[in-house]
Design a binder for this molecule. Structure first.
Ligand code: ADP
Length: 872
């Protein structure tokens, strides 16, 4: 059975419901429709026939009105020798002809009588033409009408004999009676003269033939339609009575009759015949009308039935389709919600059909999924908590390891010892990177990637990435360039931190996997803007490249092209997976174009909004970073305390140490601190609670900047710190450079803005330089500084000597390059001055460029001298 149904099932499974219905309807409706159409056509044909026959009867009745006076005229002509009776007969003929005219005008076309009647019409009223001939011609017209109206072809028994009587028999009987009367009158007029009675007897015989035919026909008609009898039978009886009188005379069985008496008997008989004719024609017309009405009703009923059935089918089908769509939409909505973790309420569908069973099954599955989802959610939460705890627990001892390594590096060490400590520090740093990657990825996996929406300076983001990576590139002898196309707007809105993370990862990889050549970052605008800024950020390198087969799986987590490279280059294989997730979350995409051995190009495309407000100038962090601060350090862990204390004292700060929140509050109450470094997790009162209490103090004690120190870097935890009133957050293990930068920022935030002209001591970003020396080693930084004058010279030469009226927009690139070169080695004043020139050049203000550029060489010389002094 199922094999038998297979083709039907195959077909139906491939069609939508609307199409299934259409197909089935077509298959059923086409033959049914065809049959119904045939049926309707047949009904229509019969209706037309009945109407045509009715026309025929009406026409014949009009002709009968003509035949009657014609027969009378014929009898007169035969008996009296003249056809007219002095006007009355001619008048009746004219009236009858007018009657035929009217009928012929209405239906002559349909009955095809127009020509015949036009030929007959003038002759009928012409007194010279023999009535006998006119009767013959009119009888021919009667036969013609009988044919064209299809009366003579009517096969129905109930009408057939009436038609026979009207079309043939009764006119024929009238003719026979005429002939008989003519003979009888002639015989009576020639009294005494023996005459041949043969002709009269023949005429009588013919009349009797018609009589018996009429009798038989009427008997059948009365039998099939009993309703006819009361209407027609009296007329039939009256006809025979009148005809019998004449027949008696003809047979010669009665007393001799005068010609006048015969004329009267003839008149009575003929009058009875025409009266009979009228009755029969009337009955026939009624029959035909009833038939036409019946057929019309029949057709209307059939049409109504078809319309009703089609209407009901369409109505029910729509009901079915709507209920199906409703259920399908409810299931779709529910399934869509489930994909995003919204299980809502079970789908409810009214009814008792098969679909309800599907919905019930869906609800059961949804219920199971809901339970599983809850379990998975709980597991993810547990995993996140575990990771948070693990991260905290690993970071705390790492703080000790790295902190001590940093402090050790600041002490006098032999060359071998320094290398060993540097290895210790680098390994710790690498471990921390791996830890950060895993933590970051697991947060994203748990769907906790939240993007900030803040205004930022794209140029600054790219610049900070190159600044951070330049030392690493230089270490490998690679050139690192970054360029922003001139049409790219730099004031944008989005998550600058995450964008920086992606770029750091791509540029870091590019440097890692390139031994020779260069790494280039190019930012351009791609495609049409339409409200947002579509950015294309390409990171090109001339490194080892990636074979095509490896490219497809590159963005999967823990994927590396080859394991031996991992050992050589290090890494977790998470960086690209994280980058991809970030870019996708921003609504963008990341792609790769690479050939093994021929370098790679990673391209990030993302559309960002424009900044909502003009960007604030970059905070200036100059020499005040080394201003000694009075710092309150609250830290319970002895190792961490030692690390922080060592780093702070190294920078010359005065530090007061406490070991829990309560002590921190008590000590801060007295005031006198520039900054509080507050560990978040402490026994008893923790850092956030202590901060809340301190924020309740009257100023200035309550306003002191508080920096959170925590090994937990989960967003929720950082948010709690800020909510409690802390100003900054520093992750453990503490990055000495970050600590120094932060303290410099906090120390200068209340300081007056730097003077326009660079004063000695504000020329350098000493905090940055110290971090640089720390990262690259003093010798390396000194070597970089030695190459600096030459590097700056070309740019400086382009920028000096500008006079008003020069097209200065082309100088923007030189100013930009000088700014980058200066910033890379901490020449902050020179970088700021070059930045001002760049802005003026961008604005096309040649006068201002000339004025600002004039000071550049002096500033560059002073900055280089300060740098040399700093490096000793
Ligand atoms: P990681 O660098 O930590 O191993 P990533 O996800 O950042 O992890 O990179 C995955 C792998 O992709 C790398 O191990 C390396 O094999 C390959 N790769 C990434 N960037 C480049 C590049 N610029 N040149 C060559 N190979 C690369």
């Amino acid at each position: 059975m199922s094999r038998l149904l297979a083709p039907a099932v195959f077909l139906m499974q491939r069609l939508r419901y609307a199409h299934k219905f259409l197909l089935i309807c077509l298959l059923v409706a086409v033959p049914l429709g065809l049959l119904t159409a045939l049926w309707l056509a047949e009904l229509g044909r019969r209706l037309d026939d009945a109407r045509q026959e009715l026309r025929g009867v009406e026409y014949l009745t009009a002709l009968r009105a003509l035949l009657e006076p014609l027969a009378e005229a014929d009898a007169r002509a035969a008996i009296a020798g003249q056809r007219d009776d002095g006007g009355a007969l001619a008048e009746r003929l004219r009236a009858a002809a007018a009657g035929v005219d009217a009928v012929n005008a209405r239906m002559g076309e349909q009955l095809g009588t127009t020509d015949l009647w036009s030929a007959l019409r003038p002759r009928v009223v012409h007194t010279a033409i023999s009535p006998g001939m006119l009767i013959t011609e009119t009888s021919a017209l009667v036969s013609h009408v009988g044919d064209t109206s299809r009366l003579t072809l009517d096969p129905r028994l109930e009408s057939y004999y009436l038609i026979d009587a009207v079309v043939d028999r009764l006119p024929a009987l009238a003719r026979q009676l005429n002939a008989l009367a003519v003979h009888l009158v002639r015989e009576a007029s020639a009294r005494g003269v023996p005459r041949d009675r043969e002709e009269a007897l023949v005429a009588l015989q013919l009349a009797e033939v018609e009589k018996s035919a009429l009798d038989r026909g009427h008997a059948v008609a009365f039998r099939t339609t009993p309703g006819l009898r009361p209407a027609v039978e009296p007329a039939l009886a009256a006809t025979w009575t009148a005809v019998e009188q004449l027949a008696l005379v003809a047979r010669g069985t009665g007393p001799s009759t005068s010609p006048e008496e015969i004329v009267r008997l003839h008149h009575d008989a003929v009058t009875a015949v025409w009266a009979h004719y009228d009755r029969a024609a009337h009955a026939l017309a009624r029959q035909l009308s009833a038939r036409a009405a019946g057929l019309a009703t029949h057709r209307a009923l059939l049409l109504a039935l078809i319309a009703g059935v089609v209407g009901v089918v369409v109505y029910l089908w729509l009901g079915f389709y709507v209920s199906l769509r409703r259920a399908v939409h409810a299931l779709e909505d529910s399934a869509r919600g489930m994909q995003s973790g919204d299980f809502g309420t079970p789908v409810h569908v009214d009814g008792r059909d098969e679909l309800t069973r599907v919905v019930a099954a869906f609800n059961t599955v949804a219920h199971r999924l809901r339970e599983e989802w809850r379990r998975a959610d709980a597991a993810t939460r547990a995993k996140s908590e575990f990771l948070a705890v693990m991260s905290h627990e690993i970071r705390t001892p790492m703080n000790g390891v790295l902190g001590m390594a940093h402090l050790l590096l600041d002490t006098p060490l032999s060359g071998g010892q320094r290398r060993q400590v540097e290895t210790l520090r680098d390994s710790g740093q690498a471990l921390l990177t791996i830890l950060n990657d895993i933590l970051d990825f697991s947060k994203m996996e748990a769907g906790k990637l939240e993007l900030a929406a803040e205004d930022f300076d794209l140029e600054r983001v790219v610049g900070s990435v190159t600044a951070l990576m330049t030392p690493r590139a230089r270490e490998k002898g690679l050139a690192l360039h970054a360029s922003l196309a001139s049409d790219v707007p730099i004031a944008l809105r989005g998550d600058a931190g995450r964008l920086r993370q992606v770029l750091l990862n791509l540029v870091g990889n590019a440097i890692k996997f390139t031994e020779r050549g260069e790494v280039r970052v190019e930012v351009t605008q791609s495609g049409p803007a339409n409200g947002r800024v579509p950015l294309s950020i390409c990171v090109h390198d001339t490194g080892i490249g990636i074979p095509p087969e490896a490219q497809a799986r590159l963005f999967q987590e823990f994927t590396q092209v080859d394991a031996s490279a991992t050992r050589r280059y290090g890494g977790t294989g998470l960086g690209l997976a994280i980058s991809r997730r970030i870019v996708l979350a921003m609504g963008g995409d990341i792609g790769i174009d690479s050939k093994a051995g021929a370098g790679s190009t990673f391209t990030v495309t993302v559309a960002l909004e424009r900044a909502q407000a003009p960007l604030a100038p970059e905070p200036h962090m100059a020499a005040s970073a080394v201003t000694p601060l009075r710092i309150l350090l609250a830290e319970d862990n002895a190792v961490n305390r030692e690390v922080a204390l060592g780093l702070l004292q190294r920078d010359g700060h005065a530090v007061t140490v406490v070991t829990d929140g309560a002590q921190a509050v008590a000590t801060a109450r007295g005031g006198g601190f520039d900054v509080i470094l507050m560990d978040v997790h402490m026994p008893g009162m923790d850092g956030t609670e202590a901060t809340r209490i301190i924020r309740g103090f009257p100023p200035p004690g309550g306003r002191v900047p508080i920096v959170a120190l925590s090994a937990s870097v989960l967003k929720d935890e950082i948010d709690i710190c800020f909510e409690s009133g802390m100003d900054e957050f520093l992750a453990k293990p503490i990055d000495p450079a970050a600590l120094t930068r932060m303290l410099a920022r906090l120390a200068t935030s209340d300081a007056p803005p730097p003077a326009a002209a660079p004063a000695a001591g504000t020329l350098l970003d000493e905090a940055y330089l110290r971090a640089l020396v720390e990262a690259l080693g003093a010798a390396h930084v000194a070597a970089l500084a030695a190459g600096l004058p030459e590097e700056m010279d070309a740019h400086l030469r382009r920028l000096t000597g500008v006079v008003p009226g020069t097209d200065v927009t082309a100088l923007r690139a030189a100013a930009h390059a000088l700014k980058g070169v200066a910033a890379n080695l901490g020449l902050s004043a020179l970088a700021a001055a070059a930045g001002a020139v760049e802005e003026a050049a961008h604005a096309g203000d040649a006068g201002r460029v000339g004025k600002l550029a004039a000071d550049l060489s002096g500033c560059a010389d002073a900055s280089l001298a300060a740098l040399r002094r700093f490096l000793g």
